[in-house]
Design a protein around this ligand. Structure first.
Ligand code: MSP
Length: 500
């Protein structure tokens, strides 16, 4: 593979609220970012990769009260679910931030002071509709259009009227619009960019960035005003720089601006509006790209706490393994659109694509090399496939398409073996050197194609990629070969079962 010059790169993920167990939507954020991080490392870049959790706000305080815990004890308990998920997903993140970290809290207060000194924070009173699920106000128009109920959280908007501090985001409307239009702040995919530009066609509005302590107790205090607590989004968005050590540890400058910020479609408006305004207010550069993914539903239905139809990533990983999870969510959930999960679809993809297409192929080639050539892979010219389309798909953040291309290679190799029939050639290998040379060539070609597949899969399925490399990478197969993706039928009929 071509190696670019070593250069630092930085990718971030949204930090989930810890008021529940992680679901497959959270895992999607981590997985997409990890694919990018691993791909860049493969290309020789040194990648810093932030993940973490969002621990403040009323939503979390309310959950803590339900469990008779104080909020800190509650988040201390809950955040470990996310740490475990990240490990289980084999995510190669370098940083994990909790917004209750001491350094983060101090840095956010510093950010507030900077914005305040720049004349960007003022006091006002506000009345409007608020959704605690989103931790955000909506316009009267939006509230009316939704009949007073937040469609994302199925909860009634509350009418709030209070004294708050405001952040003059409006001041940066023009600058932000320009940055987005010119691609200086790139929003991927294009239709999300257009949606956002439409949303701000009358300008970005000032945002309320604090609430009276009596209405919001669990958050970072506003410096110099003990009666006010900071709005959770101001606190949360700051994580992308505080995690790097901003403002006191100089190394943040080596990584900021982020190359890519991965976010779900519901929170694009915070990342393309308020966050850039904050950065401009601080005199900092904007992230280069916002990669916006869609929502994963379950059987065509939105996951929600009230429906109880959420799928936990552990349920998937514990039965089918990490790489199968990563595969489904990067190929069958299109990177830039909404996707769907059902156990049936998942299990079919697992058995057919991972089990048959890839697992059997690897197994077959390995078995033939063992049987016919005592495990020795002959020399073959390096497989020469045009990797341009794969790279184009990766660079365009269309990870699902990149995997389609890998699967074309896998399927062609299966087809090639069906056509060439090495098991037929093998019949004459002992008496006919031409046959044995031909056989060695066929198997070497298969092994070298699989090595290339291993390279292409490395960002997506690191353990599988490594397993294939270990098998075919040294010229001699290891003595023991563990089959990849053995068949599992928990949700679909087992075709091997005896007919009743
Ligand atoms: N705490 C905020 C983010 C702050 S970032 C500075 C938040 N948390 S969240 O837990 O609601 O969402 C975290 C991430 O998960 C977001 O990117 C969100 O879009 C994503 N998803 C939540 N539900 C999802 C699906 N059903 N499908 C895919 N992703 C979804 O928002």
């Amino acid at each position: 593979m071509l190696r670019a010059m070593t250069k630092k790169a930085y990718i971030t993920t949204a930090i989930p609220y810890v008021n529940g167990a992680p679901h497959i939507g959270h895992a999607l954020d981590y997985t997409l970012a990890d694919i990018w991080a691993r791909y860049q490392r493969q290309n020789g870049r040194e990648v810093r990769y932030q993940t973490g959790v969002d621990e403040h706000g009323n939503k979390i305080a309310a959950k803590a009260t339900d469990e008779s815990l104080d909020p800190q004890a509650y988040v201390d308990k809950m955040h470990t679910n996310f740490v475990e998920l990240i490990q289980k997903l084999n995510v190669s993140s370098t940083d994990f931030i909790r917004t209750t970290d001491g350094h983060h809290k101090g840095a956010v207060q510093y950010i507030w002071q900077q914005l305040s000194q720049a004349g960007l924070i003022y006091k006002g009173s506000y009345e409007g509709w608020y959704c605690q699920g989103c931790e955000s106000f909506v316009t009267d128009k939006e509230a009316a259009a939704n009949n007073g109920i937040c469609p994302d959280h199925q909860r009634a908007y509350e009418r709030l009227s209070e004294d708050n501090y405001y952040f003059k985001a409006s001041q940066f409307s023009q600058q932000i619009r320009e940055a987005i239009e010119t691609g200086k702040l790139r929003i991927v995919p294009d239709f999300r960019k257009n949606e956002f530009l439409e949303l701000i066609k009358d300008g970005i509005k000032d945002v309320s960035v604090s609430r009276p302590r009596k209405n919001l107790s669990w958050g970072i205090s506003v410096p110099g005003d003990d009666d006010q607590v900071m709005y959770v989004w101001l606190d949360a968005l700051s994580n992308y720089i505080t995690v790097l050590g901003y403002p006191d540890r100089e190394e943040w400058k080596e990584y900021w601006p982020a190359d890519v910020e991965v976010v779900g479609k519901d929170i694009l408006r915070f990342h393309a509006g308020i966050w850039p305004a904050m950065l401009l207010g601080l005199g900092l550069s904007l992230p280069k790209t916002l990669l916006v993914h869609g929502f994963v539903g379950v059987g065509g239905v939105k996951m929600s706490k009230s429906l109880g139809n959420g799928v936990g990533p552990n349920e998937v990983i514990d039965n089918y393994g990490t790489d199968a999870f990563r595969y489904y969510f990067s190929r069958h959930v299109p990177t830039q659109e909404d996707g769907d999960f059902t156990w049936e679809k998942f299990e079919q993809a697992y058995n057919n694509e991972l089990g048959n297409d890839l697992g059997n192929l690897v197994q077959r080639v390995a078995a033939m090399v063992t049987r016919y050539q005592a495990g020795v892979i002959g020399d073959a010219p390096q497989a020469e496939h045009d990797m341009g389309p794969y790279r184009d798909a990766m660079d365009a953040y269309e990870f699902n398409k990149a995997l389609d291309i890998v699967w074309n290679t896998v399927r062609s190799l299966n087809q090639y073996l069906e056509n060439v029939k090495p098991w037929e050639i093998a019949k004459n290998r002992e008496k006919d050197t031409e046959a044995s040379d031909h056989l060695a060539e066929v198997l070497a070609h298969a092994a070298s194609t699989l090595l290339q597949v291993s390279d292409l899969l490395a960002p997506f399925m690191p353990a599988t990629s490594e397993a294939i490399k270990v098998m075919f990478g040294t010229g001699v197969l290891p003595a023991e070969i563990t089959p990849l993706f053995p068949k599992i039928y928990l949700h679909t009929p087992d075709p091997r079962a005896p007919k009743a």
